[in-house]
Write a protein that binds this ligand. Structure first.
Ligand code: DER
Length: 235
């Protein structure tokens, strides 16, 4: 089984929790893509009916439109029954790092008002602590004086050996721009940043910061697909 097989297994398992009539948060990324595909399959087969999807990115919006999934938004549906989405990291407390696909703001808007938020990952995403994978913890910032914001963020986490870099678009070599017209600063930590809520509050107090990729206490369960099979972690 390769990593994508595992992502698909986790995604299909999560979709077993989808019931007809639900308002569904549709996640973003290569794992969530399998869940959206599966939901469309079940709608087409008539197994699922009356589903309304709330996409977490323009990318997922486009995928759902192409698959014929009825869509709406949070203005019309301020409460979501179930959100299904991937993650970049999952720690032992089911806290997540998300946003390496750049969709963290709309994902967090949807997933923070979801009655149930099922995270779907392959086992490679499990970490001891946030930032532990050595991969980026993204922060969405306004473009104005982004370098000033970068310096304030790096300074704030100097104790954890933090470095930061502006995310560049691979297509055009310019700064990557989110669905919301903002930039992304990727933070890398050498050591554990400690209390996540304190870190979150400190980041969000900085003027010019829009949102960060730590999803603290939002997941209601995590479905992990590994070589040995599927495990479901619930809080
Ligand atoms: O960018 C995101 O938030 C994605 O959901 C990410 O967390 C998981 O992406 P993947 O399923 O492609 O690994």
């Amino acid at each position: 089984l390769n990593q994508d097989d595992l992502k698909k297994i986790a995604a299909y398992k999560a979709v077993e929790h989808v019931k007809s009539g639900m308002v569904l948060g549709l996640g973003t990324g290569s794992t969530a893509k399998h869940a959206v595909d599966r939901i469309a399959d079940l709608l087409r087969q008539g197994v699922l009916k009356d589903i309304v999807g709330i996409p977490t990115s323009t990318k997922t919006y486009d995928q759902a439109v192409s698959l014929g999934i009825p869509l709406s938004d949070l203005d019309s549906h301020p409460v979501v029954d179930l959100a299904i989405d991937g993650a970049d990291e999952v720690d032992s407390g089911l806290n997540l790092v998300k946003g390496r696909g750049g969709s963290l703001l709309r994902e967090k808007m949807v997933e923070s008002v979801s009655k149930k938020f099922i995270v779907i990952v392959d086992e490679s995403k499990l970490v001891k602590h946030v930032g532990g994978s050595g991969l980026a913890m993204p922060v969405e910032v306004i473009p104005f004086c982004w370098n000033h914001s970068l310096r304030r963020l790096v300074g704030m986490f100097a104790y954890a050996g933090c470095i930061g870099e502006l995310r560049m678009s691979v297509e055009n070599g310019k700064p990557s721009v989110t669905d919301n017209g903002n930039f992304v600063i990727d933070l890398y930590f050498e050591r554990d940043i400690g209390d996540l809520n304190e870190a979150s509050d400190a980041i969000l107090r900085l003027p010019g910061i829009v949102e960060h990729g730590m999803f603290i206490g939002l997941a209601t369960s995590v479905i992990v697909a590994g070589e040995e099979g599927i495990t479901v972690k619930t809080k």
